[in-house]
Design a protein around this ligand. Structure first.
Ligand code: FES
Ligand SMILES: [Fe+2]
Length: 434
């Protein structure tokens, strides 16, 4: 079978089958531009950050000249994963902990203990001589570092196109035009397929239902216990929009871009009505002028999904990487940013949001996780082979151009599955890299 998406339905095997999972690592992830990390994670020469993309261990390393190189994190000798920590500094060179082969920070082989014992083996013709290999297709877009693991493929700007405007907006919210990652990510393991989590990011018809017992209850309690004259506490302000109506979500709109990207919150969003932070507007006007500052701050996109597995929230400065572990296991990393040059209260709000909504201790996140896990159980049923994504489907729907549709449409999901299927078919013949 290769018709996993028929325009209005997705086959349940996408969420269950390990064989498809293995295939999509190669066909979807290695062929797409995937997010590695933010360059503020590695400010100094020798700093490194490690991650996995398409089940490949990688390390991004800051060079002496300030550039960033992304290395395959594998010793050319016996294959040891050289950099094991999530973050650190390699010093002047990288040293493998097994037999102490060393490498320059760009991966070039530097030295081998007792090198003369290789004198007669013509090591220069062995692949080990190439050192730790660097990924060829790397792009640092305003601090956000992406790679495409396949040597040949779509270029960065064509892949993302206009969708980069979400990253632009988050950067421009800093009066200095600069972001900094703060702390470590919150990690939340879900027993479900990664695509269920992606799907949820543009699902605007679940918050008022699935989050009623958490956000809804918090709001009810506040109404019952407050005199309604004092301003809402920050937590209530952050929770409240989760209980907004269908009409609110429909009116805010969804924009889709080619190649599977899209965002909720075009003309309005759940992040629009936050209280002003004293001093911030003046700083923004000073940096950008009144007109541009207004444009930047009025663009309050809700969730931007970058195909395949990145979600960005510009107005609250959070970013989530939805990491596939296996067909039925996913880890969501939630990162936060400081807007350099902005009042510290903005960071406070970001921290508060991440803890309230994304943390493994969050009340809200568990509502979604329970739905993913129950869907994983329910999909085992033989009653129905398909998952429905037909809401506000239009018969002449196209995924080739940018468009804005109702905020309660499932068009962004269809756009995502269409790209997924396209890549699965296009790259199917190539055997997975070993
Ligand atoms: S495995 Fe790295 S030096 Fe031997
Ligand atoms: Fe949710």
């Amino acid at each position: 079978m290769d018709n996993y998406f028929n325009g209005r339905e997705v086959h349940k095997s996408l969420f269950l089958h390990q064989q498809l999972f293995e295939q999509e690592q190669h066909s979807v992830f290695a062929a797409s531009w995937c997010y590695v990390g933010h360059d503020s994670l590695i400010p100094q020469p020798g700093d490194f950050f490690t991650t996995d993309i398409a089940q490949q261990p990688l390390a991004m390393v800051r060079q002496k000249n300030g550039e960033i190189v992304v290395l395959h994190n594998r010793c050319p000798h016996k294959g040891v994963k050289v950099l094991a920590e999530p973050r650190g500094n390699v010093g002047r060179f990288i040293r493998c902990p097994y037999h102490a082969w060393t490498f320059k920070t760009d991966g070039e082989l530097l030295s081998i203990p007792v090198k003369k014992e290789y004198d007669d083996c013509d090591l220069s013709t062995c692949s080990a001589h190439r050192g730790m290999q660097a990924v060829a297709a790397v792009e640092n877009y305003r601090g956000f570092v992406f790679v495409r693991l396949q040597a040949e493929g779509i270029d960065f700007n064509t892949f993302f196109g206009e969708s980069l405007s979400t990253l632009d907006n988050m950067v421009l919210r800093s009066p200095l035009g600069q972001l900094r990652i703060v702390g470590q990510p919150l990690l939340h393991r879900h027993r479900c397929n990664w695509k269920m989590v992606v799907d949820n990011q543009t699902d605007t018809c679940h918050p008022m239902i699935a989050h009623e017992s958490s956000a809804g209850e918090a709001i009810r309690l506040w109404k019952e216990t407050s005199d309604q004259t004092s301003p809402s506490p920050m937590v209530v302000e952050l929770f409240s929009p989760f209980m907004a109506s269908y009409e609110f979500f429909a009116n805010m709109g969804i924009r889709t871009w080619p190649n599977g990207h899209g965002h909720t919150g075009v003309s309005n969003s759940i992040h629009k009505a936050y209280a002003d932070i004293p001093g911030y507007w003046d700083l923004m006007v000073h940096s950008y002028g009144e007109r541009q500052a207004t444009e930047i701050l009025e663009d309050t996109r809700h969730n931007t999904v970058y195909f395949p597995n990145l979600m960005v929230k510009g107005p609250i400065q959070t970013l989530r990487v939805i990491k596939p572990i296996s067909a039925q296991e996913t880890v969501v990393e939630s990162w936060i940013f400081e807007l350099l040059g902005a009042p510290i209260q903005l960071l406070e709000r970001t921290v508060q949001y991440n803890n309230l909504i994304n943390s493994p201790c969050s009340m809200v996140a568990h509502d979604d996780v329970e739905m993913y896990e129950r869907a994983t159980e329910g999909l085992r049923s033989h009653a129905n082979e398909w998952v429905n994504v037909a809401r506000l489907f239009e018969s002449n729907e196209s995924y080739e151009r940018t468009q804005v549709v109702s905020g309660t449409s499932e068009m962004a999901m269809r756009n995502f599955y269409n790209s997924w299927q396209h890549l699965m078919r296009e790259n199917h013949a190539t055997p997975p890299e070993q």
